[in-house]
Design a protein around this ligand. Structure first.
Ligand SMILES: Nc1ncnc2c1ncn2[C@@H]1O[C@H](COP(=O)(O)OP(=O)(O)OP(=O)(O)O)[C@@H](O)[C@H]1O
Length: 253
C-alpha cells in the first residue's frame, strides 16, 4: 500500500514546496512510483515541475469541490515515475467552499482511495496555514514531514502545529504520525543555524532527519526553469542532499 506523506508547516517560506518537488523527484528517480499533490493555491509545486498552472483544464480544486476523479487531473512530469495532481489559483477559494460540504475533512482521503495503491509514495504540498486544505491533507496522510527553516523563530508555531497533528490523530485519523523533521536552508557558517539545529533536535529528538538541507542557490533557481534540481543541475549540492534525503526516507520506511 502506498505511503501518503503531508509536507506541512503553517509558517511561510520554510521550504515545503522545494522539499515536495525535489524529494518526490529523487524518490521517483530511485525507481519508486510517486504522486505529488499540490494543495497550495500558489501552485508553486506545479510550476516547479514545468506545469503551466494558468492554463489547466482541471486541477485538484475540481477533485475537492466538483467531485472530479483524481485520475482525471493527474498529469505526467519530466521524471518518468513522477506524476502530479496540479493546483491553479482556483484552489484559493476551496478552503472557504469546503466549509459548506459534509464530511469536509475527508474529501481528499476519499478521492485518493481509488489510486493510492498505484503509487509507492504520495506527497502532499500543503499551504502555509492550518486551514481545511491542510486538514484534508492530514486526514488523508499517514505521515507528516515538517520542514523547519534554520532561522530566527524557527520553532515559532511548532507547538500549534503539533497540537493540530495530535487533535487530528485523536479524532479524525488515528494512523497519523510525524514521519520526520527536516532542517532546511542551513548555513553551517553561522552560529544561529547551529543553535537552531540544536534546539530542533532537543524538541523532536529522534524524528529529525540526519540529512540537513543547506542553503543552495541552484535550489532557488530551479523553479523558474520548471525543473527539479536533479534535472536543472544534477551535480549541485542541492541535488546531492535531496538525493541523500530520499535514500534516508526510503530506509526509514
Ligand atoms: N535550501 C534552499 N536554498 C536556497 N533557497 C531555498 C532553499 N529552500 C527553499 N529556498 C527558497 O526559499 C523560498 C521559500 O521556499 P519554498 O517555496 O520551498 O517554501 P514554502 O514553505 O513552500 O513556502 P510557502 O509557505 O509560501 O508555500 C523559495 O524562493 C525557494 O526557492
Amino acid at each position: 500500500m502506498g505511503k501518503i506523506i503531508a509536507i506541512t508547516n503553517q509558517k511561510g517560506g520554510v521550504g515545503k514546496t522545494t522539499t515536495s518537488v525535489n524529494l518526490s523527484a529523487c524518490i521517483a528517480k530511485l525507481g519508486k512510483k510517486v504522486l505529488l499533490i499540490d494543495m497550495d493555491p500558489q501552485g508553486n509545486a506545479s510550476s516547479g515541475l514545468g506545469i503551466d498552472k494558468d492554463n489547466l483544464d482541471s486541477c485538484i480544486y475540481d477533485v475537492l469541490i466538483n467531485d472530479m476523479a483524481v485520475e482525471d487531473v493527474i498529469v505526467p512530469t519530466a521524471i518518468k515515475k513522477l506524476k502530479i495532481a496540479p493546483a491553479s489559483i482556483d484552489l484559493a477559494g476551496a478552503s472557504v467552499e469546503l466549509v459548506g460540504l459534509s464530511k469536509r475533512e475527508y474529501i481528499l482521503k476519499k478521492a485518493l482511495k481509488s489510486i493510492k495503491d498505484e503509487f509507492d509514495y504520495i506527497f502532499i504540498d500543503c499551504p502555509p496555514s492550518l486551514d481545511l486544505l491542510t486538514l484534508n491533507a492530514l486526514v488523508a496522510a499517514n505521515g507528516v514531514l515538517i520542514p523547519i527553516q534554520s532561522e530566527f523563530y524557527a520553532l515559532e508555531g511548532v507547538s500549534q502545529l503539533m497540537n493540530t497533528i495530535n487533535l487530528v490523530k485523536k479524532s479524525l485519523n488515528e494512523k497519523l504520525d510525524v514521519e520526520g523533521v527536516l532542517l532546511t536552508m542551513f548555513d553551517g557558517r553561522t552560529n544561529l543555524s547551529i543553535q537552531v539545529a540544536d534546539e530542533v533536535k532537543k524538541y523532536f529528538t529522534t524524528k529529525v532527519y540526519k540529512t540537513i538541507i543547506p542553503r543552495n542557490v541552484r535550489l532557488s533557481e530551479a523553479p523558474s526553469y520548471g525543473e527539479p534540481i536533479i534535472i536543472y543541475d544534477p551535480k549541485s549540492k542541492g541535488a546531492e542532499v535531496y538525493m541523500k534525503l530520499a535514500k534516508e526516507v526510503l530506509k526509514n520506511a
